[in-house]
Design a protein around this ligand. Structure first.
Ligand code: FMN
Length: 209
């Protein structure tokens, strides 16, 4: 897609949040996210905010009010809200744990509501034989409740450790590289199509007004 036509009114590229969902020591997530950052730079359609949930370090949801009200009691929630609210599209980089989505991602999603709405979201998943796709299917159910638009184009990395080169970098197949480009093209289309809705939703007033 021609990236020029999707520039914002201020002439900037839309901002893509790449969310590394895994947080455990020795995790593979940052390697996968690092590879994706390079694909986004080559694609040239987005600015990147690389979000490592291990660094964001949210506790289990500890807000007393429903996030829809945006009456946040904790500084960590206010910071998370501000960061997400500044982004136009997302890619969740997700492993699969016990055939399910990473609980860290579910927790990070649950902290907010309005901030996620009308943002398109793609998935890069990795794991064993399923390539993390069962976890992605579970995540799609959650993100649609937050009014995000999950796009079908995705990157699936089965037997992910076998895709690591000797120096520990991700070395996926050509098909996986092409899948990343297709996902970014589609995210760009949806970001542009949803922009007005997203902007209006982020103005003060009732949700979805
Ligand atoms: C608790 C746990 C559960 C797992 N369950 C699955 C699974 O259901 N399907 C799968 O393909 N891989 C599973 N794996 C293997 C992960 O896909 C693999 O360890 C991957 O590297 C995890 O991502 P991370 O290293 O970024 O945490 C599991 C790993 C852990 C630690």
């Amino acid at each position: 897609m021609d990236s020029v036509c999707s520039l914002t009114a201020g002439g900037a590229r839309p901002r893509l949040g790449i969310v590394t969902a895994s947080t455990r020591p020795g995790r593979m997530g940052p390697v996968v996210s690092g590879w994706l950052v390079q694909r986004v730079r080559e694609h040239r359609g987005f600015e990147v905010d690389l979000i490592d949930l291990a660094a964001v370090s949210l506790p289990f949801l500890d807000e007393p009010n429903h996030p829809q009200l945006q009456r946040y009691m904790h500084e960590h929630t206010r910071q998370w809200s501000e960061r997400v609210n500044n982004l136009d599209a997302f890619v969740m980089v997700v492993p699969e744990y016990n055939f399910g989505m990473a609980p860290t991602l579910l927790n990070a999603l649950n902290f907010l509501f309005r901030e996620w709405a009308y943002a398109p979201v793609g998935f890069v998943s990795y794991g064993g034989v399923s390539g993390g796709t069962r976890g992605v299917q579970m995540a799609k159910q959650v993100v649609t409740t937050l009014k995000m638009m999950p796009i079908p184009e995705s990157v699936t990395l089965p037997f992910a450790p076998s895709l690591l080169s000797a120096d520990g970098q991700l070395a996926p197949s050509l098909a996986m590289e092409l899948a990343a480009a297709a996902m970014l093209d589609e995210l760009q289309r949806w970001e542009l199509a949803l922009r007005r809705l997203r902007q209006r939703n982020r103005e003060p007033g009732p949700v979805g007004a």
